[in-house]
Ligand binder design. Sequence first.
Ligand code: SF4
Length: 313
Amino acid sequence: MKIGVSYGTATLMGFNNSKCDCFPTTAYLITGKKCQNSCAFCSRGSGKAETKLSRISWPEYEFNEISDRIKSLYKEHKLKRVCFQTVCEKDTVNNLKELIKEIKSKSPIQVSCSIGTISINDLQEIFDSGADRISIPMDCVSETLFEKIKKKSFKKHIEFLEKAGNTFKGKITTHLIVGLGENDEEIFDFLLKMKKCEIEVGLFAFTPIPHSEMAHYKSPDLKRYRKIQLVHWLIKNGYSNILDIKEGKISQIKNNIYNILEKTKDKTEIFMTTGCKECNRPYYNERPGQIPYNYPYKPTEEEIQKAIEEALS
Ligand code: SF4
C-alpha cells in the first residue's frame, strides 16, 4: 500500500535527491485523499483530491519501504517521532490503527497523529494501537469565525477537546492557526484553557493556499506572530498574570517581562516550533530563505533578540 510522505521527509528518507537546509526531526506522513470536511483554509476540503496540505506536497511511496526507512533513521538518531496527518474519510480510524501498529512493530519511535474525531472511543482505540500522542486540531479559536471556517460547532469541539485532555492527561495536542481573523483575547483564553487540561498547543501561521476558500487572505504579520509565541510561552510557564488585555487585544506585556527573560537560561524554545516534542515542521508555513514563523532549529542569540524585540514592539 502507498501513502503520502511530506516532501522534506521524503528527502531525508532518500526518496529524492533534493537539497535541504533543515531536515525534519519528525517523519510526516499522510493517510487518505478526499477529505469529507471543508475547512476554508485547506485545499483538500469537500472531497477535492488536491495533493498538498498547507504549502507542502506529499509524494506517495510503499508503506513497507517507508516503515523500514523510519526504523533505520530512528537508529541513526535522525528521526525522533512519526506523525500521521489524516484526511477525514470513512475508514480513517481503522486505517490509522493498522499503520501505527506496523510502525511500532519495527521500531520504538514515538508516534503522534492528528485527527478530527470527536469520539473518546476512537481516541482510546488509536492509543491502544500504539500511538503516544493524538492531536485534535482546533485550528480556529474564534467562536464567531469557527463555524464559518471549520463549518462545525465551536462549543462541541472545544468541549470535546477539554474532555479528551482530561481523559488522556498529558497525551493530547492541539493545533492553533494564528491569522484566521481571531483576536488576541480569543487566543489568550484558549491557551489558558489548554494549559488547565495539560494539552500541548502547536502554533501555526495561516498560509494562503491556492484552491482553498481563503486563498486570497494574507499570512499574519510577523510581529503579531512573535507576540503570540511569547504569550504562549508565558502562559505555558505560569506567567499569564503579566499580560493585560483591553478590547480584545493584548495591550501590554508588563515590565517584569525583562526580569523573566533575564532569568530564563534557554530562550530558544520561545520561538521554536511548538506541539509534540521533536516536531519541527520545517517550511510548513514559509518558503526556504524566508524568516521562519516557527524556528525549526535552535535560533541563534541574534535571532532570539530580534524576535523578542518584534514580540514587544
Ligand atoms: S504537533 Fe507536530 S507531531 Fe504533534 S500532531 Fe501536530 S504536526 Fe504532528
